[in-house]
Design a protein around this ligand. Structure first.
Ligand code: ATP
Length: 646
């Protein structure tokens, strides 16, 4: 050993003896500090990672010392020996001085000794024979080196102890090397864990990224791929990994992708025989470089399409479409509306979130129902009218609540609409009416795909397809900060715009359909419109759209059949509000609507002689709604009383 090293060790030993004296350690009598079994196990548990990762190093060290009068010990940072390995007869002698698992060899207990002194001095040290402070330990020669965690925390000490007669200076070197190897293993393990976490984190990010992503190595083999991209390639993601890009792209395109030196666009064609579905026009290629600036990975993602392109793209799909038919109760003989239904039928079986926009009464709920019916989802369609629920209740309606969550809560708690729609579709009608606070809560559920009942700490996974609808222009609401932009983008993965009735060419198909329904209700074979009535209908702008058409025809049909006893509707039967100022009246759902509604209910009550169940059935509304309507229109109530008396 070098002189300076010896000098340094000697100074450490002198300091240690001073400390031992000041701690009041008696060199002739050791007052041992021993752990109970439970405490020993607890302390071992805390160093589990060290023991686990260092087992091969310690096994090796043990093999080297197996036939010698030496033993290996590991202590924790407080000086308690947690593990020891060794052979008798030396181990039996060592036990007599409690050089064994469970005993504390801190300087405060044992005075100067390799374990205790290495812990305090925080460096490797050997303590040989009489260098030990306590007399009973003079038969020992001990070599110890501190063990540190990857973050630099002192974990304990690795010690090799033996009979003083076998003291050899090089043993110290062996212990230092073994301690370093233990630390390296710990570091490697923690790096591996960090890497695993990183990979899991990245996988989670790329899967929820909302854009297809493919990563290939420099030979063109796929190393990572998210679900969206796998769908394009037409194979499950696990089957794509390890496949060469040339399975999907031509050799020329593959070479172009792999030779990209910086972010660029390529326009490769997916091979005709690839089993994948979507065709992408352009891909963005982003090379990933290592520390030496070499391209080691290439990430491919499709260039996002403009909305117009997206719609065209879906339209060219060879997907079996389900056009609305008369049997389904949906009339759609106009090219503009057909286009919307075509797109709806293409996206119905996917999980894409759909935003339906259109004026009031254009059939947003009708198309939502059609999407749900053809989605293949086994759960129910749950409809929530966001405008009809008071703001203070909307979150409990959507997410549910636990018992006693708030004053007035049902004692057994309440399932929210999200849970009710699990496995199915949640139709959020009039989404534009949601307050900003409720928008934030909704966004959270959409992102996490988990719902937490109010008053609960546990969240529950939900598999719900969202269809939202509004008659506001949501992008304008976003611009004016009344609707969250992030929620808007979440909701409009697919946007459907239903045309207003005045832009549809199938007005008379719709009229005929409704008149057919009314003929059934009124028990007549057929109801028709005369020419002048048709002209009046054709010349009107229908701000209340299909709903308004149905209401107007219903009133006209009742008037013609019940009051005039004819099945031909004439212009006198058709009562249209003055067009001036109509829009606001329709939108406020008051005025004109109320008059129409009141008249229609009166006729139904007359026809059914005051029987509310039958009247409700005739009107196509629930009994509860009819009761509500009777409260709203006192004159109808009075009329019913008269009908019942007569
Ligand atoms: N294509 C269609 N064929 C037959 N009936 C239709 C069609 N579209 C809509 N309707 C009828 O028109 C009425 C209004 O439709 P719906 O409730 O779906 O409109 P909406 O756009 O959701 O209205 P709001 O914005 O006021 O909620 C309903 O009675 C519906 O049955």
């Amino acid at each position: 050993m070098q002189f300076s090293k010896i000098k340094e060790e000697t100074i450490s030993l002198i300091r240690s003896w001073d400390r031992s004296k000041s701690f009041g350690v008696d060199p002739l009598y050791v007052d041992n500090d021993l752990l109970t079994g439970g405490e020993l196990e607890d302390r071992k548990d805390r160093l589990h990672d060290l023991f686990h990762t260092s087992s091969s190093v310690l096994d090796n060290l043990y093999k080297q010392l197996k036939d010698t009068p030496f033993m290996i010990l590991i202590s924790d940072a407080d000086g308690y020996i947690l593990k020891s390995w060794g052979n008798s007869p030396f181990i039996d002698r060592a036990r007599k001085v409690w050089l064994d698992a469970g005993a504390n060899w801190h300087e405060k207990v044992k005075g100067t000794n390799a374990i205790g002194t290495a812990l305090v001095e925080k460096k490797p040290i050997s303590v040989v024979g009489e260098q030990h402070y306590c007399q009973e330990n003079h038969f020992l020669c001990c070599y110890a080196a501190p063990l540190y965690s990857p973050t630099g925390e002192l974990l304990g000490v690795l010690d090799v102890s033996g009979d003083v007669r076998h003291h050899q200076a090089h043993t110290m070197g062996m212990v230092i090397a073994a301690a370093q190897a233990c630390q390296a293993h710990l570091l490697l393990e923690s790096a591996k864990r960090e890497l695993t976490l990183c990979i899991q984190e990245t996988d989670t990010i790329i899967d929820g990224y909302g854009q297809p992503l493919i990563s290939v190595d420099r030979d063109g083999m796929i190393t990572r791929i998210n679900q969206d991209a796998a769908r394009i390639l037409g194979l499950p993601s696990e089957k794509c990994i390890g496949q060469h890009l040339s399975r999907w792209f031509s050799q020329k395109d593959t070479d172009e992708i792999l030779s990209a030196k910086g972010p660029s666009f390529v326009e490769p064609k997916l091979k005709a025989d690839s089993s994948g579905g979507e065709k992408i026009k352009k891909w963005i290629v982003r090379p990933v470089r290592d520390q030496r600036d070499r391209v080691i990975r290439t990430v491919l993602s499709p260039k996002p399409l403009e909305r117009k392109e997206q719609i065209q793209k879906v339209n060219v799909q060879e997907v079996k479409e389900q056009s609305p038919t008369r049997e389904s109760g949906i009339i759609c003989n106009c090219p503009k509306a057909k286009e919307v239904f075509r797109l709806a039928s293409v996206v119905a079986p996917t999980d894409a979130t759909i935003l339906i926009q259109g004026e009031t009464g254009t059939g947003k709920e009708v198309i939502a129902q059609s999407i749900h019916r053809t989605s293949g989802r086994s759960g129910p369609l749950v409809v929530v009218n966001c405008a009809a629920i008071p703001e203070s209740l909307i979150e409990s309606e959507l997410f549910g609540y636990e018992k006693g969550a708030f004053t007035g809560a049902k004692s057994e708690g309440h399932q929210g609409k999200f849970e009710a729609a699990d496995g199915g579709t949640l139709f959020l009608d009039e989404i534009g009416e949601l307050s900003l606070a409720s928008q934030a809560a909704l966004l959270r559920v959409l992102e996490e795909k988990r719902v937490t009942r109010i008053g609960s700490h546990r969240s529950k996974p939900v598999n719900v397809r969202i269809i939202a609808a509004t008659n506001r222009t949501l992008s304008k609401e976003v611009e004016e900060n009344r609707f969250r932009a992030d929620l808007y983008y979440r909701l409009c993965e697919i946007e459907l715009f239903l045309p207003p009735l005045r832009e549809r060419s199938d007005l008379f198909d719709l009229a005929e359909h409704f008149l057919g329904q009314m003929a059934k209700e009124l028990g007549v074979p057929h109801i028709s419109l005369d020419q002048v009535a048709r002209e009046k209908i054709a010349g009107y702008s229908w701000p209340g759209n299909i709903r308004e058409l149905r209401q107007v025809l219903r009133q006209a049909a009742y008037q013609a059949c019940l009051l005039r006893r004819t099945s031909t509707i004439t212009v006198q039967d058709i009562s249209l509000p003055r067009e001036k100022g109509l829009h606001s009246t329709i939108h406020s759902k008051s005025g004109f609507w109320n008059q129409q509604e009141e008249e229609t209910i009166k006729m139904a009550i007359q026809k059914t002689r005051g029987n509310l169940s039958e009247a409700a059935r005739l009107l196509g509304i629930s009994r509860t709604t009819l009761y509500r309507k009777l409260n709203q229109y006192p004159q109808v109530r009075e009329m019913r009383k008269r009908v019942l008396k007569s």
